[in-house]
Design a protein around this ligand. Structure first.
Ligand code: SAH
Length: 234
């Protein structure tokens, strides 16, 4: 039987034992109907996979003993943050799921002139958790509270997917030794001209992803993938 992965808080580990509660425990107890002696892999965001054996199952908690601690090197060596104009809920789910699979470290929904109003953060956190478990991540992608476009920080290299950019492609962008890169992608409605100018003026590097207009979710996946390729991660 495939050994399934579960997420625990760092504080859930005491010595060589995990005491897991919440949704993850519920999943093991009620959904998967795990029993004492079952094997699980626990990750807690510290970069390790803990191979464990279940010692005890309560109504809402699972106690598991650590058999082995193994380094998980599935995290990309670049720290990517995706600033995503808020798209429709089902598209945001896709964006979060795919960004997590690719190894994006943080996703921040961005409120823009044409972004969607409705944002289900808790749902996105669930999507992120389940994607992290499925793909073998060792840390959880952080889903941040939404911010306004004007609040996007300019502390790292910021790359901005702009369908109005005619010349610059990612081939023209030098990542150098950057280990932290921020990506900005618009919602379905894209950015207004003013918003595009604001980003460029603050130092965002606008790139085209080709002559066709991609959907927001496609643009987010393509931009993240190409950056990882350029950074030598994939
Ligand atoms: N404003 C557009 C669609 C926006 S597409 C319209 O309705 O005509 C959503 C987002 O995907 C854009 O804001 C941009 O960030 C990204 N995007 C889509 N196609 C792109 C391309 N060819 N090059 C760069 N970015 C693109």
């Amino acid at each position: 039987m495939e050994i399934k992965r579960f997420y625990a808080q760092k504080s859930d580990r005491v010595g060589s034992t995990f005491n897991i509660g919440g949704d993850e425990a519920h999943h093991m107890i009620r959904v998967l109907r795990y029993k004492v002696g079952y094997k699980i892999i626990v990750f807690d965001g510290t970069g390790y996979d803990y191979y464990c054996t279940i010692r005890e199952l309560g109504k809402d908690y699972v106690i598991a003993d650590i058999d082995e601690k193994v380094i998980n090197d599935a995290e990309p060596k670049v720290y990517l943050r995706l600033f995503q104009g808020i798209a429709k809920s089902d598209k945001m789910d896709v964006i979060v799921q795919k960004a997590v699979e690719l190894g994006v470290a943080e996703i921040t929904p961005v409120i823009t002139a044409r972004s969607e109003k409705d944002l289900k953060l808790e749902k996105l956190e669930k999507v992120a958790l389940s994607a992290a478990k499925q793909c073998g991540a060792s840390r959880l992608t952080v889903i941040n509270e939404p911010i306004y476009l004007s609040e996007i920080p300019f502390e790292n290299l910021v790359i901005f997917a702009n369908e109005n950019e005619e010349n610059r492609t990612l081939r023209d962008v030098t990542l150098g030794k950057c280990t932290k890169i921020d990506l900005v992608v618009g919602s379905e409605g894209g950015f207004t001209e003013d918003e595009g100018e604001e980003l460029s003026q603050k130092g965002a590097v606008a790139v085209t992803l080709g002559k066709r207009i991609l959907r927001a979710e496609t643009a987010a996946i393509v931009l993240s993938s190409l950056i990882l390729y350029k950074a030598g991660v994939i």
